[in-house]
Write a protein that binds this ligand. Structure first.
Ligand SMILES: [Zn+2]
Length: 133
């Protein structure tokens, strides 16, 4: 793969919520996987790349008070298990939303935010987070 296509590929995955859908049973998966865990061999060659809507709902959450050094400035923050409208469940941070607005069943949508900044190089990493609708 050329450098350019590698960057393009990484960008596509970083700025969109890309998963795979099994055309055999219709289940969607995130992160992407090559084989459907339900259909196994029958799904080979039938996994289709899909872009998820970014809409979902909170099925569980926790408030993080003690974070690794690169996340220290953000504490406390809410880490939630979010069930996407397409079915897969992912773990993500909820931002821009007061803790009291977050509950089981709260509807959320994906937003792109700075994940961390490398102080020396100035490189900023972005990734998906969620906000209350
Ligand atoms: Zn399947």
């Amino acid at each position: 793969m050329t450098e350019l296509s590698r960057i393009w590929r990484e960008t596509e995955y970083r700025y969109n919520l890309i998963g795979y859908k099994c055309k055999n049973c219709g289940n969607s998966y995130f992160p992407p996987r090559d084989v459907c865990p339900k259909c196994h061999r029958e799904s080979i060659g039938k996994m289709e790349k899909v872009k998820f809507s970014g809409n979902g709902e909170v099925i569980s959450y926790t408030v993080v008070h003690d974070a690794p050094p690169s996340f220290k400035r953000q504490v406390p923050y809410v880490l939630a298990l979010i069930k996407l409208s397409e079915g897969p469940v992912i773990t993500a941070q909820i931002v821009d939303s007061p803790e009291e607005n977050i509950d089981i069943g709260t509807k959320v949508h994906m937003v792109f935010r700075k994940i961390r900044q490398d102080g020396d190089s100035g490189i900023i990493e972005y990734g998906y987070k969620f906000a209350v609708n």
